[in-house]
Design a protein around this ligand. Sequence first.
Ligand SMILES: NC(=O)c1ccc[n+]([C@@H]2O[C@H](COP(=O)([O-])OP(=O)(O)OC[C@H]3O[C@@H](n4cnc5c(N)ncnc54)[C@H](O)[C@@H]3O)[C@@H](O)[C@H]2O)c1
Length: 327
Amino acid sequence: MPPFRRICTQIAPQAGSITSLSVGQQNISQVLVSQQPPQPPLQGLRTAVQPTHKFFSIDTAPQSMIPSLQKQRRDFFLTQRLAGRRAIITGAASGIGLATAHLFAREGAKVLAVDLPGDRLDAAFKGTAILTHGQSVADMDAPDQILEAARTHLGGVDILFNNAGIATNSLVERTSDEDWDRTLDVNLRAMFRLTRAAIPDLKTSQAGRVINTASVMAEGSGMGLSAYSASKSGVQGFTRALAIELGKFGVTANWLLPGAIRTGMTQGLWDQRPEIADTWANKAVLRRLGEPDDIAKVALFLASDDAGFITGQGLSVDGGLSLRIGG
Ligand SMILES: NC(=O)c1ccc[n+]([C@@H]2O[C@H](COP(=O)([O-])OP(=O)(O)OC[C@H]3O[C@@H](n4cnc5c(N)ncnc54)[C@H](O)[C@@H]3O)[C@@H](O)[C@H]2O)c1
């Protein structure tokens, strides 16, 4: 057995996968091949090797495994872009937030997933290392509670992904004060209040990041979208000002403008009326709907070191939906 000094734990979902690579060793072609049934991921670094695991050099692994092991080794080194980062993600029980929570965790982040309390949130992360906090972001004490959970369980915050949102649809003349306030409360006010609470932690982070989810409806709009568009335009204005204030602390603040994405927000309507989904897919120049992963990957980029010189910017992730003025 090679003298593994330090083992990165990355428990593979199935036997025959790379579960660990030696760190600080010359020979990085040594791979650990799990003989174990599926296991949940473990956190952190371990120094002991489980006796039930067998070691192979990639050169002596069974021939049939070599292509897969080579690919996994490459992937392993390309990943872990958020190693050691601590992330709060709101709206994490579904859609974009759910995909992002899993992606951030796979990339090495410690994640606190925030969403409305209930079975859906618990079920979404059961058996993973992702921690959950069930509370409406619009609650008065939500910022204090969420930050306390992050400080206690993650040790602070490096990345704040304000993503929770609701869609409302009602003509202006029929929109009640309550509907207006609820939309603005969840989509904008809660974002402001949680960000304000996280600023002390972000300032002390080595790579503080705020990522806010707006929408293509921040720049365009549609029938019945006055409250939603107002809230999402507000996200842009808020994030621009935030970027200016936090820049001197090395903290970036950017926002995403997703197009038509297949999530909990849209799937119900699209199932009932597939022609609406088709219309959105055809409006996009890439001729398809977006998937949660399409947005999660861009959130990962903005959260990573690669985006360290980007701040105060909105990134459209819409397959070209917002590109066409006509035709
Ligand atoms: N799906 C799209 O086409 C689309 C397009 C543009 C922007 N967006 C934005 O993307 C974000 C994520 O939405 P999604 O599309 O993944 O939809 P989704 O409904 O699948 O996920 C939104 C999540 O936010 C949670 N949430 C709602 N109100 C909350 C509250 N008060 N407190 C805590 N959590 C709350 C929901 O429970 C849900 O899990 C939203 O801000 C939405 O406005 C979505």
